[in-house]
Write a protein that binds this ligand. Structure first.
Ligand SMILES: Cc1cc2nc3c(=O)[nH]c(=O)nc-3n(C[C@H](O)[C@H](O)[C@H](O)COP(=O)(O)OP(=O)(O)OC[C@H]3O[C@@H](n4cnc5c(N)ncnc54)[C@H](O)[C@@H]3O)c2cc1C
Length: 396
């Protein structure tokens, strides 16, 4: 359908929902975004080339708007000595950099971008799809349900809209055995040996049953830390757990001192997810984590949501029937996101290998690749980072 004048409702003002609103309003649609609890999450986020390429289409200027910094390498260090095992090249081109930024800055950029073209953001308002006469309308807050041509549910991993698409009883969300801690710590707390790596990009410390990712945020004075522990429930079960460092016995003291800045009680569960059978029903379409939540180990959830947003809006503007456009979106996006879901889980297992011979083989292999072919990571992750959603549509 031509998008000019089309009435589009978006449930959820996260990265996926706001990017959809920004792309659709640029195409002339009348977009309303309902967000039940607008957050001010200052934590960091990595947006790899496949996502940043699409931010560029919304006018993002590298480094400036949203404030970000372009990572050039991914460093992997051992857990025991903290020694550098591998340093692999990341970014490929200036128009598709590997960005490190604050979530709140990305949300602010996407909100501005959507509003600049007329999208209306309704904060503090929970919205629910309701089915009437064979299609969906939307109840926002306590208002009477309203008609929209398209309802896009970007309501996150715990999406309630998913039930309306799948029918109740379907579940693809399982609590994993992994717990996650996220924290912002001052850059000056980072041991001198790691500072250079963190200034060049993300640094992964990989150990048996746990791993840690750290990277510097724009401005240079803050570091984003993510720590993942298998069977982490035991740590938070302790009545007086103190800092997280105690959960990393045998790790290099420099890393432990950083982890001690994270309160052990601030944990979240990580969830495993299997691909959904379908993402749309009539005029209701799932997007981002609502459609394909994934483990964070490849840092791809938000970039995949940006790819969804671009693809869905383009298809709506090219295909006259909403249902056909939604089916084409599913057909194009599902194989990739299912692969990302599987690969994210597998990466977590690899980082956290517990068997000493397998760990050694992994470390040896990585060190060899880093020395002999530092650009190999680009090839290894090429299917993820080089993905160009626009090129996929051209080939369709
Ligand atoms: C520890 C961790 C680290 C991560 N790091 C990265 C990373 O570096 N790079 C990356 O690409 N991804 C990363 N991710 C994944 C990424 O955060 C998500 O994939 C991404 O935020 C999904 O965006 P979304 O818009 O689909 O959903 P969300 O960001 O969850 O947004 C959904 C929004 O919908 C709102 N909402 C829900 N229900 C309703 C309702 N009924 N009415 C109105 N509003 C509603 C919610 O309040 C929320 O704001 C990470 C995830 C974790 C857990």
């Amino acid at each position: 359908m031509p998008l000019a004048g089309a009435r589009i409702a978006v449930i959820g003002g996260g990265i996926g929902g706001l990017a959809t609103a920004a792309f659709a309003s640029r195409s002339g649609a009348r977009v309303t975004v309902f967000e039940k609890s607008p957050g001010t999450d200052g934590a960091g986020i990595q947006i790899s080339s496949n996502g940043s390429r699409l931010l560029g289409r919304l006018g993002a200027e590298v480094g400036q708007d949203p404030p970000s910094f372009s990572a050039t390498t991914l460093t992997v260090r051992t857990h025991r000595s903290g020694q550098r095992l591998a340093q692999l090249a990341l970014a490929r081109s200036a128009d598709a950099p590997y960005l490190l930024l604050r979530r709140s800055d990305l949300i602010a950029f996407l909100s501005r971008s959507a509003q600049m073209h007329g999208a209306v953001l309704v904060p503090g308002c929970s919205a629910t799809p309701e089915r009437r006469d064979g299609r969906f309308c939307l109840r926002a807050g306590r208002d009477e349900p309203k008609d929209f041509d398209i309802i896009i549910a970007a309501d996150g991993r715990r999406s309630k809209s998913r039930e309306h698409v799948l029918g109740s009883g379907e579940n693809n969300d399982f609590v994993s055995d992994q717990r996650v801690w996220r924290a912002l710590v001052p850059f000056e707390a980072v041991p001198a040996a790691f500072r250079g790596d963190l200034e060049a990009g993300p640094c992964l410390f990989a150990g048996p049953g746990c791993h840690v990712v750290a990277y510097a945020l724009p401005g240079g004075d803050t570091v984003n830390l993510v720590a993942v522990v298998r069977n982490g429930r035991r740590i938070t079960g302790n009545a007086d757990p103190g800092g997280l460092g105690a959960a990393f016995p045998g790790w290099c003291p420099d890393i432990v001192s950083l982890l001690d800045l994270i309160p052990a009680s601030d944990a979240g569960d990580l969830h495993r997810h299997s691909p959904l059978p379908n993402w749309s029903r009539d005029n209701l379409v799932l997007l981002g984590d609502a459609a394909h939540p994934m483990m964070p180990h490849l840092a791809q959830g938000a970039s995949a949501a940006l790819e969804d947003a671009w693809t869905l809006v383009e298809l709506f503007s090219r295909i006259s029937s909403v249902e056909n456009a939604a089916r084409t979106y599913e057909r194009l996006r599902k194989p990739r996101t299912a692969r990302l879901q599987r690969a994210s889980e597998a990466s977590g297992r690899l980082y956290q290998l517990a068997s000493p011979p397998l760990r050694l083989a992994f470390q040896f292999g990585l060190a060899a690749v880093s020395r002999l072919a530092p650009f190999a990571l680009r090839w290894w992750y090429g299917w993820i980072h080089d993905h160009d959603a626009a090129a996929v549509l051209r080939r369709r």
